[in-house]
Design a protein around this ligand. Structure first.
Ligand SMILES: *Cc1c(COP(=O)(O)O)cnc(C)c1O
Length: 468
């Protein structure tokens, strides 16, 4: 128990008062944890009781756009700013609307994993990645120090740039790339005493690469370092890496989680506790990493989301499971159409039996709460796929240009079908050599299948391919 005796009686009064609220919130979380995935997604921590007692009965979480919170007196202000009482104080630090979103995400990501988790919501997926990795890339002793981390090269283009340029080139941190994330030996060979964490994106954008999550987490833990997983393309409806030992999960909330396409956002969800050998005196660092980041580095760096975006995301999460089910079924049909097309020489989709990563995808991607009594949840493989058009790169551009229903955009995770050519968009900046290592040729079209009727999506692809 912390020692509050050096605070004035006035401040201690607020600390006592806060204990009651904290106990109520803890009890509420326990109640919510016992619900099924969809129920948590629909309600989260916002109860009818809270609506009626505090918000004039509003059935949807209120949107707090105010930048800051007022306090009753100096004692309460002091208690709040010393983080002795629950507070939101200033939207760069916390916000009540974002609070509801953070708890829904923490509860869904840790659902049926046997772990407790906490969540920090940020302004974008990229800032969530920065907030997740930077606390491990700190000096641990005086003088020159070698620091490295090991990451799959099969990454979102922005993450690749952040790792290789911003942290590698500009800050002198060594990034050790793993070319085949499903090869555990390759990971193993690249780790040493100076490795701070392992990083994998799964399924990766756009190659749909997978790693053996469980084995990778065990490997990381044998070195006393955390495994960080970007699970944007799966969402917690299809995969919850914490169940297999991951310490930290990243989401670009911008993508499938907010499939309507009206908000940018990111999330860092951490298991309690994480595995790390970093020496950090703060008691939250190991035990409650997301909260540590929120109260300290995030506060100082400032990548906070707009509360309006948090509400947009909250609205979409309520229907996440049913959407991921439908979108996956649609994508499966589209992939099966593409794979038999004579003008296409390769289709990458985790649901295709001949796809390299299919066995791993089968193991890890399952629709939550879909066990019909057989003891197994059913496989659903998400809505991201890619295909390669035969012939020179101009052919891929021709097919791409002829799409009529499907939008051409550097985006994915949408309720509408969206296509892009990664080599000239999302993965343009990393250059040809890095694209070759990551297997992103200019013939590759990335397609994220939406919720239109699959026959209409296929008809659009069919007419576009007829141009060749
Ligand atoms: C888009 C994306 C990101 C970055 O998210 P933003 O919200 O655009 O910052 C990170 N990881 C993956 C897998 C992505 O697709």
């Amino acid at each position: 128990m912390a020692d509050f005796s050096n605070y004035s009686p006035g401040v201690r009064k607020y600390i006592e008062e806060a204990k009651k609220w904290l106990a109520e919130q803890a009890a509420l979380r326990e109640k919510v944890k016992a619900w099924h995935f969809d129920t948590i997604a629909v309600h989260g921590l916002y109860s009818a009781e809270e609506a009626i007692n505090q918000n004039q009965g509003a059935i949807i979480e209120p949107l707090f756009l105010a930048t800051s919170q007022a306090y009753r007196d100096a004692d309460e202000l002091e208690a709040a700013l010393a983080y002795l009482i629950p507070t939101w104080c200033y939207t760069r630090i916390a916000n009540p609307t974002t609070y509801y979103l953070e708890w829904v995400l923490a509860l869904l990501e840790s659902y049926k994993t046997g772990w407790d988790a906490s969540c920090l919501v940020t302004a974008s997926g990229m800032s969530a990645i920065m907030m997740a990795v930077d606390p491990f890339l700190v000096k641990q002793k005086p003088g020159l120090e070698k620091i490295n981390f090991v990451s799959s090269i099969q990454l979102y283009g922005g993450t690749y740039q952040f790792f290789s340029l911003r942290r590698g080139q500009e800050r002198g941190i060594e990034v050790r790339w793993v070319l085949n994330p499903d090869d555990l030996g390759e990971w193993q060979a690249k780790i040493d005493e100076d490795t701070r964490f392992l990083y994998v994106e799964m399924p990766s954008n756009p190659q749909l690469a997978f790693a053996d999550l469980k084995a990778l987490a065990d490997l990381a833990h044998s070195w006393e370092i955390p495994l960080i997983v970007d699970a944007t393309c799966a969402t917690p409806a299809l995969m919850r890496p914490i169940a297999y030992g991951a310490d930290i999960v990243i989401h670009s909330l911008t993508k499938s989680i907010t499939s309507g396409g009206l908000a940018i956002g990111g999330a860092l969800i951490s298991r309690r506790p994480i595995t790390t050998k970093i020496k950090n005196d703060h008691p939250l660092f190991k035990d409650n990493f997301a909260e540590y980041v929120k109260f300290l580095p995030y506060r100082d760096h400032g990548p906070s989301p707009s509360p309006f975006n948090s509400l947009m995301t909250l609205q979409e999460i309520r229907t996440l499971r049913m959407k991921m089910d439908l979108l996956s079924l649609n994508a499966q049909k589209v992939a099966e159409y593409l794979v038999q097309h004579p003008k296409i020489y390769q289709v990458d989709y985790p649901g295709l039996p001949n796809f390299r990563y299919h066995p791993l995808a089968k193991r890890y991607m399952r629709l939550v709460d879909s066990d019909d009594g057989s003891g197994q949840e059913i496989n659903r493989f998400g809505h991201l796929l890619s295909f390669r058009v035969a012939g020179p790169p101009e052919n891929a551009r021709k097919v791409f240009n002829r799409l009529k229903l499907i939008f051409r955009a550097t985006d994915l995770g949408r309720i509408k079908s969206v296509a892009t050519i990664p080599a000239i968009s999302t993965h343009q900046q990393q250059g040809e050599e890095a694209r070759r290592m990551a297997d992103i040729p200019p013939q590759l079209i990335r397609l994220c299948v939406g919720a239109e009727n699959s026959a209409d999506i296929i008809a659009d692809l069919d007419q576009a391919l007829a141009a060749l």
